[in-house]
Design a protein around this ligand. Structure first.
Ligand code: SF4
Ligand code: SF4
Length: 208
């Protein structure tokens, strides 16, 4: 799906453009994996891409896919007791209380797709949108409604405010992502968001 996925093509083009403008201010490289530590919500559309990548990997590299399955299983034993959502579906609760609980939830948990030996992503071509866009400056709205440009804390260390602004990722990306996710959820009768470990758990195993 990702190679023919219109949203992925738009996002990857926009990210490549931001990296061109960002130059040496962006220090991403294989083995840098700080952004793969700590859980974050993903859309069901992201979850479907990851599952497709894992299914392909099972055929092309069974040993690598088995390692992902093992890490997912281990991760779930740590996540399940505190998961602020529905364990049967893997969908995060959407109320305010769940959002507060999520702030403190599993911030040190490595992504189960991360190969901890190499520090690289085992489903790189199928990784979620957030993994693709993290790094370059992106607009975010603070609690007070103020708009900021957020970057990875390892990047743009010595950049001026003007240099950061000049490297901003296409600001239409979040809306395009939202629209694509909404269409996907409507088509598949889904709501809310999930986590990578729940997206990739073994469907043949019973869930609590
Ligand atoms: S976004 Fe930050 S943590 Fe992630 S690979 Fe790039 S530099 Fe490393
Ligand atoms: S899916 Fe890949 S890029 Fe995204 S957090 Fe996991 S290991 Fe990192």
């Amino acid at each position: 799906m990702p190679l023919h996925d219109p949203l992925i093509q738009i996002v990857d083009t926009a990210v490549a453009d931001a990296y061109l403008r960002g130059g040496a201010h962006l220090v991403c490289h294989p083995g840098c994996s700080q952004c793969c530590i700590g859980v974050f919500p993903i859309a069901h559309e992201d979850a479907a891409r990851l599952r497709e990548g894992l299914t392909l990997l099972e055929q092309t590299d069974p040993e690598r896919s088995a390692r992902i399955h093992e890490r997912v299983k281990d991760s779930l034993t740590r996540l399940d007791p505190w998961f602020p959502g529905d364990l049967a579906t893997g969908i995060l609760n959407e109320d305010h209380e769940a959002a507060i609980l999520f702030e403190e939830f599993a911030n040190d948990e490595p992504c189960p797709v991360l190969d901890l030996t190499t520090g690289t992503c085992d489903l790189y071509q199928h990784r979620p949108i957030l993994c693709r866009t993290f790094g370059p400056p992106m607009r975010s709205e603070g609690d007070n409604g103020e708009v900021n440009l957020a970057t990875c804390e390892l990047c743009f260390i010595h950049a001026t405010t003007e240099e950061i602004a000049a490297c901003e990722l296409d600001p239409t990306i979040p809306d395009q992502q939202k629209s694509s996710n909404t269409t996907f959820n409507t088509t598949h009768h889904l709501h809310g968001e999930t986590l990578i470990a729940y997206a990739l758990r073994d469907p043949s195993q019973p869930h609590p």
